[in-house]
Design a protein. Structure first.
Length: 123
């Protein structure tokens, strides 16, 4: 899988862009065939995703985002799915490529939603 940071991932919200780049770097490390610590990287990714989602919710709350409850539910579903995928990988039921594919799709959807939906409340 070819993970390459693209300009379209930028949201013009510096704090969020920095966090997205950190998430992406963890995904890139996971994608590295030489990685010896896939399980550790997946745990790191999961913990950072929780931190990132909390940061976004705080930012949007501070800027009176009107659909915050729906957003929190969406984020929880995303975290639940990530937790399931990680567990299935660790149990040998998913390949790393399957997890990366899901992560890449989630990342693109997440940054697109942030850019298109949230930016009008934050900037």
């Amino acid at each position: 899988m070819d993970l390459v940071w693209q300009e379209k991932y930028n949201t013009d919200i510096p704090e969020m862009d920095n966090q997205h780049q950190t998430l992406f770097k963890i995904m890139e490390k996971l994608n590295d065939d030489d990685s010896k610590d896939d399980k550790g990287l997946l745990k790191e990714l999961y913990k950072y995703a929780i931190y990132h989602y909390k940061s976004e919710v705080e930012l949007l709350n501070a800027n009176s985002y009107p659909n915050i409850e729906n957003l929190i539910a969406f984020y929880q579903e995303s975290l639940d799915q990530l937790f399931i995928d990680i567990g299935m990988y660790m149990a040998g039921c998913l390949f790393k490529e399957d997890v990366l594919y899901s992560l890449e799709r989630w990342f693109l959807k997440h940054t697109t939603i942030l850019k298109n939906e949230f930016i009008k409340y934050v900037l």
